[in-house]
Design a protein. Structure first.
Length: 143
């Protein structure tokens, strides 16, 4: 499993009008580009997929489009295409997962399988590869 590199300054929804973006309160410090999971108190924290991890991998809610400290509102992309992750060396259709490393996504499942989305290509003439994030609430594991 390899973590997917990201450039936080480039993290952003490709087409915000077609994306699902929701605001959540941060439960701890969150950095732009981190996958986040919802805690039982309704706040979100950085996700991890490690067995015995600190955060609730079962409640993956998306990728942070903004950062903030505990108690601050952050925007989270739940569904849509996203700039900022280095997926140019991946194949279109490759799955993306929450990593065992807190706040990272990876190209293979961690201890627990938590899907983030897939690699897709834009229609920009170069077929630029990007991350397609999709939270599927019906597949979330019960806590």
């Amino acid at each position: 499993m390899a973590n997917i590199a990201l450039t936080a300054a480039q993290i952003g929804a490709i087409d915000p009008k077609k994306a699902t973006i929701k605001s959540y309160l941060a439960g701890s410090t969150i950095t732009k580009g981190q996958p986040v999971s919802q805690e039982t108190d309704g706040t979100v924290d950085p996700s991890d997929a490690s067995t015995g991890g600190v955060y609730l991998f079962e409640q993956f809610r998306g990728i942070a489009l903004s950062g903030g400290g505990a108690g601050q509102a952050i925007d989270v992309l739940e569904d849509g295409e996203l700039y900022g992750f280095t997926v140019s060396g991946k194949n279109c259709g490759d799955l993306l997962y929450v990593s065992n490393d807190v706040g990272r996504i990876a190209d293979a499942a961690g201890d627990e399988t938590v899907y983030v989305g897939r690699v897709t290509a834009l229609t920009d003439g170069s077929a630029t590869k990007v991350a397609r994030i999709q939270v599927i609430y019906s597949e979330a594991k019960a806590t």
